[in-house]
Write a protein that binds this ligand. Structure first.
Ligand code: PEP
Length: 252
């Protein structure tokens, strides 16, 4: 798979919804609302248990199914109890994987050495990697945002990740699920810094998405900035109509 278009709106369903039937209904509603739109590459990332059925509902429409994590230990099969491999999510219909989400960094202790392995497994399986980076509230307040991001992006050093398989999502931890967001100017400045940092790693022109409390009301303001190549959406991706309004903002 390649990250070939210039705008993306990706839904991170996290540990939602509770049942497979609800997940299939959400996928069907997203498909009904958005299957015909061609200006933005869309993706939905349900939980592992729902992935294959969500991918089947999306079928051959242009909306990607994806996953929220993969095993660091193997890309295929092996004695790794509880893990799900890159090959397994591809088999289930995934075209991308979200890696390094702040909730995994916080609750699962995911750090750069672990992420290096996951990125390698994902790239070998031909998945698009959506790599999440972002600072905590205290790091934001103490002006450490850019240095924190540089450390997180150093995970890419020496991996030879093809630009076509990489998307970055800038997600300030303090903006996720809180209703708070940085200003558009702050996001633009950070995105410029991320792109410059990646260019120094011979990764020019990588798409950088914004994530953190994006909703139907604020999406247009972010979408107006050319530095914002789309959005990674959590809570608002669980309602097809709100998700469709966010997509419309980035498509216009
Ligand atoms: C996320 O978890 O990636 C996210 C952006 O969440 P929310 O949109 O709910 O803030």
């Amino acid at each position: 798979m390649t990250a070939s278009t210039s705008k993306y709106v990706i839904g991170n369903w996290k540990l939602n919804p509770a049942s497979l039937n609800e997940a299939k209904a959400l996928a069907a509603a997203v498909k009904a609302a958005l299957a015909d739109q061609t200006q933005v590459q869309l993706g939905c990332a349900p939980g592992f248990l729902h992935l294959s059925e969500v991918a089947a509902v999306l079928g051959d429409c242009a909306i990607w199914a994806g996953a929220q994590d993969i095993s660091a230990s193997t890309g295929v099969t092996g004695a790794f109890t509880g893990d799900v491999s890159a090959a397994q999510i591809v088999d289930a219909g995934a075209r991308f994987v979200i890696l390094g989400h702040s909730e995994r960094r916080q609750y699962q202790g995911e750090d750069n050495p672990v992420l290096v392995k996951k990125i390698q497994q994902a790239i070998a399986a031909d998945l698009v990697v959506i790599l999440c980076v972002g600072e905590t509230e205290s790091q934001y307040k103490s002006g450490e945002t850019l240095s924190v991001l540089e450390k997180q992006l150093s995970v890419l050093d020496g991996l030879g990740v093809p630009r076509s398989q990489l998307i970055i999502a800038y997600e300030p931890v303090w903006a996720i699920g809180t209703g708070l967001t940085p200003t558009v100017d702050e996001v633009v400045a950070v995105h410029r810094h991320i792109r410059a940092t990646l260019a120094d790693k011979e990764l020019p022109e990588v798409c950088v998405l914004y994530g953190g409390s994006v909703n139907a009301d604020n999406a247009a303001a972010f979408a107006e900035a050319s530095e914002v190549a789309g959005a990674l959406v959590g809570g608002a991706s669980l309602k097809a109509d709100a998700f469709a309004q966010i997509v419309a903002a980035f498509a216009s």
